[in-house]
Design a protein around this ligand. Structure first.
Ligand SMILES: Cc1cc2nc3c(=O)[nH]c(=O)nc-3n(C[C@H](O)[C@H](O)[C@H](O)COP(=O)(O)OP(=O)(O)OC[C@H]3O[C@@H](n4cnc5c(N)ncnc54)[C@H](O)[C@@H]3O)c2cc1C
Length: 395
């Protein structure tokens, strides 16, 4: 890789010209910055906040590769190799422990069986009840302590990162490389054609010109480009999340998914038994559908469980968290883990961009200015794959 010539910095620290400007230092923006810099170009990243507080730090850190389909599956598989590469280079935690889907009914097992049959051998490993309990770190069941589980599956290719530390570690590492500069508390305000470079971006700390601009502002695309957001029917999906203290002795490597996860991700919802599963959950546990649940959890490296989540859609995010929603999620997760209770440490609201037009919003909004938002709850999974595709044409 040749070292690009970085332009002289302006008094604010922001370069006046750069090969590529990235707006937004969430995972989508940082993935674009990382892969652009690896192509030998100079990059500046601006983010309006003082440090990352967006969707990329509020999630499970689950790269949900296996449950994607079609184009999203290709992006997820491409992204997988970059996640592992940048984990090693930038020094953030990652795990190749995959994901476990815990099943309670014959219908759920049928869906898992159908998915396994549709994929290469070894990618999806069907599990007995005993094997599922072992993967969840639970004791074998006996007559006195039967579990509610009927079996499950292990999804080999899923990855995990720690959402609380990944973005800050990656941003700091990028900033230290010499060919990338990251500028916090710097808001992009407007985009026009440039005079020395193709695009000119007005920011709250001055003007930057660039040969290419990637605008990766997640759900806030409607703030900068309201007409585009209206055309793509962008909404904010709000999610109830919580963290819980490590249950005694629990060391859970894989992400854990359940029946409601199978109602959400494309690889499951396209299967022949998916309608039967939806009818079964509707009949047996309608509260889950009422809150738009995807009952799942991951364990952070410090042992904390990240538990969630619910889904509610609207143009603006209602700020109020409903306690009964969290109660439903905690109750179902306790059942999967065979626990009487979990001790909640934190609650928060997650927000991501959602659209019924499609899972990706990619648009040229001005000369050499590309908007890239993931408009489904899979931005961790596809960010690097999307960035590889978007940056491929830069050279
Ligand atoms: C609770 C929850 C759970 C999820 N679980 C998963 C999961 O398990 N797996 C998965 O793949 N995905 C998951 N997702 C989705 C995933 O988190 C998002 O798709 C992804 O983080 C979006 O990344 P982003 O960089 O586009 O957005 P963000 O992380 O929100 O970053 C956007 C950045 O843009 C900045 N910005 C906005 N406007 C401006 C401006 N004008 N100028 C400068 N900066 C600006 C913001 O400050 C912000 O830092 C989940 C999301 C949530 C909320």
């Amino acid at each position: 890789m040749t070292t690009p010539n970085l332009p002289a910095e302006s008094v604010t620290g922001l370069p006046s010209a750069v090969d590529v400007l990235v707006v937004g230092a969430g995972i989508v923006g940082l993935a674009h910055a990382a892969l652009t810099a690896d192509r030998g170009l100079s990059v500046a990243v601006v983010d309006r906040d003082h440090h990352a507080v967006g969707a990329s730090i509020r999630n499970f850190g689950h790269c949900c590769v296996t449950a994607q389909t079609g184009e999203l599956y290709q992006l997820a598989m491409t992204g997988r190799k970059h996640w592992l590469d940048f984990s090693a280079r930038a020094g953030f935690w990652s795990s190749e422990a995959g994901a476990v889907v815990a099943a309670r009914t014959a219908t759920e097992l049928r869906v898992l069986h159908e998915l396994a049959e549709s994929r290469e051998p070894g990618q999806i490993v069907l599990l007995s009840t005993e094997e599922t309990l072992a993967r969840l770190g639970r004791q074998p069941e006996d007559e006195e302590s039967p579990s509610s589980l009927a079996g499950g599956a292990w999804l080999r290719d899923d990855l995990r990162v720690d959402p609380r530390t990944t973005v800050s570690t990656l941003a700091a590492w990028l900033d230290s490389r010499g060919d990338v500069s990251v500028h916090w508390n710097t808001t992009a305000l407007g985009f026009t054609a440039g005079s020395t470079r193709a695009a000119r971006v007005q920011t709250s700390r001055g003007v930057v010109e660039a040969d290419r601009v990637f605008v990766c502002v997640g759900h806030d695309v409607d703030v900068l480009f309201p007409a585009l957001a209206e055309r793509h029917r962008i909404e904010r999906c709000t999610l109830h999340m919580a963290s819980a203290e490590r249950p005694a002795g629990l060391d859970l490597q894989p992400a854990v998914l359940t029946a409601t996860s199978m109602l959400r991700y494309g690889a499951f919802t396209e299967l022949p038994s998916a309608p039967a599963l939806l009818a079964e959950v509707q009949a047996n546990d309608p509260a889950l559908l009422e809150i738009g649940a995807n009952v799942m959890f991951t364990q952070r490296p410090d042992g904390t469980l990240l538990v969630g989540d619910s889904h509610h859609y609207g143009k603006s995010a209602a700020p109020f968290l409903q306690e009964p929603t969290t109660d439903v999620l905690l109750d179902r997760i306790q059942d999967v883990l065979g626990l009487e209770s979990l001790t909640v440490k934190e609650r928060w609201q997650g927000i991501y961009a959602s659209s019924d037009v499609g899972p990706l919003l990619l648009a040229e909004v001005a000369p050499a200015v590309t908007v890239a938002s993931v408009t489904a709850g899979i931005g961790m999974t596809v960010s690097f794959g999307l960035a590889e595709r978007n940056t491929a044409a830069l050279l």
